[in-house]
Design a protein around this ligand. Structure first.
Ligand SMILES: [Zn+2]
Length: 340
């Protein structure tokens, strides 16, 4: 059954002709239907093709098309604040979408927000404050950049040749899998030494800065919320550690930007990454909501501290796949296959 469902979902997603039937079937549900979508980075279709970690980036040409599609289909793009209000109000036949960008890199400022501005719709930024503070090593971005711009890289156990996009992609995933975990920063530091990478310059090539965030804060289409200090997996921390991450990032946003950051998103965000204890900590830290990455729709009466969000990534470049999210079908499939 699980396999059949996932094959069916893949077949449906591959056919643009199915956009209309999926959307029409879902429209038969008359209640509140809110879809919160999240992604990390954005790159034009041309740049996207060559990126070693391209699934981490949304193709901005596709996003442009999708924002037009939402408007044509009568979906409102709203802030997280408005999404919460609308889920409380529960108006019949209400349909809305929120987009949130997690972590926040330089391309949030250079590529993503300008695109939302062109469509005159809002976007939510969940900032990991260690990025603009320069205290969180962006090892995945640095590894990717080094692979992209060199045909040979040096690892601790020898050099490897990465002459093609395919070789760079394979190397990225092989190395990132090996590094991932508590020793990632140390491995990255050594990698930078071996390859002559200026680790600070690399950070600021990819990080969003507080100056950029100050400018974005003044944009009425931008809503800024918290996404921890160090991008920790909250469920793995002690209560004090979890409070530091949630309250610490909120305090830092208030201090640097003078805004009451009202919304929070859990890093990773699946059921093993955040749970009831962490939802309560989000409330105590002063947030009005907290979002996960469990797929599903926001309905009337949704718990604001356990919000579902659908992650969209580089592989998602079809409107039919987006319609599966908007209809709630990806949430149903995720629950049936235990991917929550
Ligand atoms: Zn994140």
């Amino acid at each position: 059954m699980k396999q059949l469902l996932s094959i069916a979902a893949r077949r449906m997603a591959s056919s643009e002709a199915l956009v209309r039937p999926i959307s029409m079937a879902a429209d038969m549900f008359m209640g509140t239907r809110g879809c919160l979508m999240t992604f990390h980075r954005g790159a034009s279709a041309q740049a996207w093709e060559k990126l070693p970690n391209r699934d981490f980036y949304l193709d901005t040409n596709f996003l442009d098309q999708f924002l037009s599609h939402l408007k044509e289909r009568g979906w409102d793009v709203v802030t997280m604040e408005e999404a919460i209000q609308r889920s409380k109000a529960g108006k019949p036949n209400d349909r809305f979408v929120n987009f949130s960008v997690d972590d926040c890199y330089r391309d949030t400022y250079e590529e993503i927000v300008p695109l939302f501005r062109r469509h005159n719709v809002p976007v939510t930024l969940f900032v990991t404050t260690g990025i603009p503070d320069g205290t969180l090593p962006l090892w995945a971005a640095g590894l990717e950049d080094t692979l992209l711009n060199n045909d040979r890289v040096i690892l601790e156990d020898g050099a490897i040749d990465v002459p093609t996009s395919e070789a760079k992609r394979a190397a990225f995933h092989r190395i990132a899998d090996r590094w991932d975990g508590p020793r990632a920063s140390a491995s990255y530091k050594k990698f930078c030494e071996l390859n002559g990478v200026d680790i600070d310059a690399m950070h600021w090539k990819h990080a969003i800065t507080w100056e950029m965030l100050e400018e974005l804060r003044d944009d009425p289409l931008v809503e800024i919320g918290g996404h921890t200090v160090t991008h920790a997996r909250i469920s793995s921390l002690s209560p004090d550690g979890a409070r530091f991450e949630l309250k610490g990032s909120r305090d830092r946003l208030v201090e640097r930007l003078g805004i009451p950051a009202r919304h929070f998103a859990f890093p990773y965000g699946r059921s093993g990454d955040c749970g009831p204890r962490d939802f309560a900590i989000a409330r105590d830290a002063g947030y009005a909501s907290a979002a996960t990455t469990r797929k599903g729709l926001v309905r009337n009466g949704q718990d604001a501290y356990n919000l579902p969000r659908c992650t969209i990534n580089g592989a998602d470049r079809s409107l039919a796949t987006m319609e599966l999210h908007l209809s709630g079908l990806t949430g149903v499939a995720a629950r049936m296959t235990g991917r929550v």
